[in-house]
Design a protein around this ligand. Structure first.
Ligand code: C2E
Ligand code: CA
Ligand code: CA
Length: 771
């Protein structure tokens, strides 16, 4: 529930209850005043009724008196012969009415009755020409007689109106008020009136108050809290008016309705106003704060606006603003740190993935290209191992700095977007080059390689470190980042294989070769060596031309792939862990062939077997070799184990100890391919080594006429350490002679013989001896 709603839920009941309480109090007061007011109104009406009533009553009284005192009645009774006597009495009544009421419309009737209650005279002021005396008047006359009363007043209350009548008895002789005893001889004069004004008013009051009207002969005490009025009309004659309970009920119900309406309307108006005010001054600023904070979390804004107001919300907002500012800064800092490689200060792998994904998405939109240069240092491990990690770190820092400089300078020349260099891990770097052609990217690669043209020089010295570079381009070489990376990596791997400090561009061809490599790998894993492997032997000769021994060289005739040269499959076997199986097969086969070879070449014959440098350190390999030699009963000093020079880089695996162990068993150890790596001869002579094999390249170099002294120097150095020297790849007579002159102990090469199956050796040997 948001604040607005919560505020509404809180204030609405309070407002409503307040209004309701106020309404209750108002109702209490109002209902009382209404009651009082109505009572007062009723009293007023009653007074008016009383006044009207009295008017008629007084008229009846006064007229009777005037009749008694005047002559008209007397004349009427005495002068029976007067034909105008009726008329005179009528005139008298009419003029009395006119005088009293100021008009002639009031219904007044006058009756004179004789001793026998026969009507002597009857007149009424009405429009009825045939009117006769009314029953009430006759009964009144009888009542005078029966009740022996001289004067009777009556009031008849009927639904259509009331009749007020008064009758007196007059002595028939004196025409004055008789004694009661003489009532038999009396005339009765009865006057009646219909008090129209009283009736009308009474009807009005009755209607107004929906009242019950009661005429009583005694005063009725009004009840508390009830509308009731009682007024004395005459002595012993009272008018009581009881308004219907629903009359006051309706008024109160009306009041209730009005108050309820006021409660609802008032509550609503107050609620709306309060809500508006609360929203404007309290919840709206909080909602704004909330909204802005939400936007921050959804990255739609950087920070909230610092509010200006000097209240709690303003201060809260400013505190949030400052807090977020600090948070943001420290986030930026840690984000920057998390994206920066601590050693080189280049952006790191995480930064690379982020930037590259973004650039690829952009390039997809703008249909542009991105070049990805994958750089891996060669021999960096060697520096680390040999000179320590500190030097390695410094070297990486120097490389990063130069890499950055060179790409910045080159980018300016290309007028390209700023390229970026990243350190992926260890000695791996990546450069992202948006919007440049492949030619330009290759130019940059060349410039980078140029840094390592002659190893790597920097303030700590000269190190045999080079770089291998692979180049892949979006979109032609991959649509996704992972594709691009793996293709650039493949190209880099290719560059590394093709020799150090090289670059390779990813291509379908390259991918094909990679597939081929993978194919070789699977085939190697599954092959049966006895069926597909054979050994060739390459003779090695002494200075005098006699046979010193042979090197066993592996041949693979794959059923599916055909002939696969060892240069191709041995490195694959080494890098995938299949080498042990191969080495053991070779050793086994070679040892089996040894007796036959010894028979052919004589007692002094020695057999060279190549061992994968990956084998170094393997105790199992030593054990198996031991077992093999015991089984075949071959003296171990007839076996030379050839290990490539690069093993020297593998100091960690305790290569020297391992070699010593082999040597102690009796094997001779030869360092193969010497001259291709970076181990100096000075280092090599400290190793437990019996023979050093000069690589074909080295042999080519030192057999140039001008390098002859170098050849001799190298050989002498080995001899000084009691190491014999084999020159490999001797192809010409000139080389052969030069090497003999330099003191080289043994020679091997096409000049002497190519590698051949054991079955061909005999024929070759015969021919060789004859040549
Ligand atoms: P490697 O041990 O240096 O063997 C000498 C290689 O140089 C052989 O190539 C040989 O034919 C070649 N070679 C010798 N003299 C000459 C020459 O005058 N001119 C030319 N052009 N080449 C010459 P191959 O037999 O193709 O072997 C290549 C590499 O394969 C070997 O180099 C070795 O590193 C590896 N290899 C061969 N057989 C085995 C093996 O049984 N086990 C292991 N682990 N590696 C082997
Ligand atoms: Ca060899
Ligand atoms: Ca070699």
């Amino acid at each position: 529930m948001n604040l607005n709603k919560r505020a509404s839920f809180l204030i609405l009941p309070i407002i409503f209850v307040s209004y309701a309480l106020a309404a209750l109090v108002a109702y209490e007061q109002q209902s009382q005043s209404i009651q009082k007011l109505e009572q007062h109104k009723l009293n007023l009406r009653l007074s008016a009724l009383h006044s009207e009533f009295s008017t008629y009553d007084r008229f009846l009284d006064a007229y009777l008196v005037s009749l008694l005192e005047g002559e008209t009645l007397e004349n009427f009774i005495r002068d029976t012969s007067n034909i105008y006597r009726d008329r005179m009495l009528t005139n008298n009544l009419e003029s009395a009415i006119e005088r009293y009421f100021n008009n002639l419309t009031e219904f007044i009737s006058l009756a004179v009755l004789d001793e026998n209650d026969d009507v002597l005279f009857y007149i009424e002021n009405s429009t009825d020409p045939f009117s006769t005396i009314r029953d009430e008047q006759l009964r009144l006359a009888e009542n005078i007689q029966e009740e022996k009363k001289l004067n009777i007043w009556e009031h008849h209350f009927q639904s259509h109106g009331t009749i007020m009548q008064q009758g007196i008895a007059i002595d028939s002789r004196t025409l004055t008020t008789p004694l009661i005893v003489q009532l038999e001889d009396t005339y009765k004069v009865i006057i009646a009136a219909k008090p129209s004004a009283f009736d009308t008013l009474l009807k009005e009051v009755q209607q107004e108050f929906q009242a019950i009207v009661v005429f009583t002969d005694k005063y009725n005490q009004p009840q508390a809290n009830k509308l009731y009025a009682n007024i004395q009309l005459k002595s012993n004659y009272y008018l009581g008016i009881t308004p219907s309970p629903s009359y006051l009920g309706n008024l109160l119900a009306n009041l209730k309705q009005r108050l309820l309406f006021i409660v609802i309307l008032g509550s609503l108006i107050t609620f709306t106003l309060l809500q508006l005010l609360i929203r404007k001054f309290i919840t709206a600023p909080i909602s704004q704060l909330d909204q802005q904070l939400t936007e921050i979390t959804t990255h739609e804004r950087q920070n909230i606006d610092a509010p200006q107001s000097d209240d709690e919300i303003g201060r809260l907002g400013r505190k949030f603003h400052n807090l977020y500012e600090q948070l943001h800064q420290s986030y930026q800092k840690s984000h920057q740190q998390s994206r920066t490689d601590a050693l080189t200060q280049l952006p790191n792998r995480a930064a690379f993935y982020e930037t590259a994904s973004h650039q690829i998405a952009e390039a997809e939109k703008s249909e542009s290209v991105i070049s990805l240069i994958y750089l891996d240092l060669d021999n960096f491990k060697f520096v680390n191992d040999k000179y320590g990690h500190e030097v390695g770190d410094k070297l990486l820092q120097a490389v990063a700095l130069r890499l950055n400089n060179i790409i910045n300078i080159t980018a300016k020349k290309f007028d390209a977007e700023l390229p970026q260099a990243f350190r992926l891990s260890g000695d791996e770097f990546i450069v992202l080059l948006p919007n440049v052609s492949t030619e330009q990217a290759l130019k940059l690669c060349e410039k980078i390689l140029h840094l390592f043209a002659d190893g790597y020089h920097f303030e700590l010295g000269h190190f045999p470190v080079t770089a291998s570079i692979g180049l892949a381009t979006y979109p032609q070489d991959g649509h996704t980042l992972s594709q691009l990376i793996s293709n650039a990596d493949l190209a880099m791997y290719q560059a590394k294989k093709s020799g150090k400090n090289k670059q390779a561009v990813y291509s379908k061809e390259l991918a094909k070769r990679d597939r081929q490599r993978k194919e070789i790998e699977t085939k190697l894993k599954n092959l049966n060596p006895d069926k597909e492997f054979t050994l060739n032997y390459m003779p090695i000769i002494n200075q005098d031309g006699s046979i010193k021994g042979c090197e066993a060289l592996l041949r693979w005739h794959s059923k599916e792939l055909g002939f696969v040269p060892p240069d191709l499959f041995i490195p694959i076997a080494e890098s995938t862990g299949i080498f042990e199986k191969i080495d053991l097969w070779v050793a086994c086969k070679a040892l089996n062939d040894l007796p036959e070879l010894g028979e052919l070449f004589g007692e002094q014959f020695e057999l060279s077997i190549n061992i994968s440098s990956a084998e170094i350190g393997s105790e199992r390999f030593i054990k198996t070799l031991k077992k093999l030699s015991t089984n075949t009963q071959i003296p171990l000093n007839k076996i030379i184990l050839e290990i490539t020079e690069t093993f020297a880089l593998n100091q960690e695996q305790n290569a020297l100890g391992w070699l010593s162990e082999l040597q102690k068993l009796g094997f001779q150890i030869a360092i193969d391919d010497f001259g291709t790596g970076y181990t100096s001869l000075m280092q090599m002579v400290d190793y437990p080594v019996d023979i050093i094999k000069f690589d074909r390249e080295l042999v080519n170099r030192i057999t140039l006429p001008e390098k002859q002294t170098l050849a001799k120097g190298l050989v002498d150095l080995c001899h000084f350490q009691e190491i014999t020297v084999v020159a490999e790849g001797v192809e010409t007579e000139e080389q052969h002679n030069l090497l003999i002159e330099a003191g080289c102990d043994f020679q091997q090469g096409y000049y002497i013989a190519k590698p051949m199956p054991i079955s061909d050796l005999e024929q070759w040997f015969t021919e060789y001896q004859n040549s």
